[in-house]
Design a protein around this ligand. Structure first.
Ligand SMILES: [Zn+2]
Length: 166
């Protein structure tokens, strides 16, 4: 395909879309392609396991499950570098939220509902969530260490006290 400035590659959560050339802020990246469905039908399909439904507005959803829709490879991030924009059609395009460097993974925020239903804070693999979990774990470890040190100190004091009694 011409004018493509990205490639599909291995990401932390399976496949992902990666920039092959720089993108300027607000630059067009890719269009979310697929058949248009009325929202109730899209909801039925989603209930049966479809994961690529993109709700455009109060009436229409794009079923982006076809492999030819390369935008489906764009993964979620809580701190994304791209965003979905509604264009006339209606249609959805992904544009850069900030400058994107080559080899950076292109990500968008899937939105609260999708996040709550399919991802969740404890499982999100985006850098922001991984950082948050690492910090929490470091805090837990530091706390455990402090507690262990305290136990050791108490034991030592007890030992000294026992010795002095003898
Ligand atoms: Zn996240």
């Amino acid at each position: 395909m011409p004018n493509r400035k990205f490639r599909i590659g291995r990401a932390r959560t399976g496949l992902g879309l990666f920039a092959t050339e720089p993108f300027k802020k607000r630059e067009y990246i890719v269009t979310y392609r697929g058949r248009m469905l009325r929202n109730p039908e899209a909801e039925r399909l989603e209930a049966r396991g479809s994961r690529y439904m993109f709700e455009v507005n109060t009436r229409w959803t794009i079923d982006g499950s076809k492999r030819s829709n390369v935008a489906r490879y764009v993964n979620h991030s809580c701190r994304p570098n791209a965003e979905a924009i509604e264009r006339r059609g209606p249609t959805i395009v992904y544009c850069a939220r900030r400058r994107i460097k080559p080899d950076e993974e292109i990500t968008v925020d899937y939105g609260k509902d999708y996040f709550a239903a399919f991802i969740g804070k404890s499982r999100c693999q985006c850098p922001k969530c991984r950082e948050r979990r690492a910090e929490q774990q470091a805090k837990r470890r530091a706390k455990a260490k402090r507690a262990a040190r305290k136990r050791l100190k108490l034991r030592r004091e007890r030992r000294i006290a026992a010795k002095s009694k003898r």
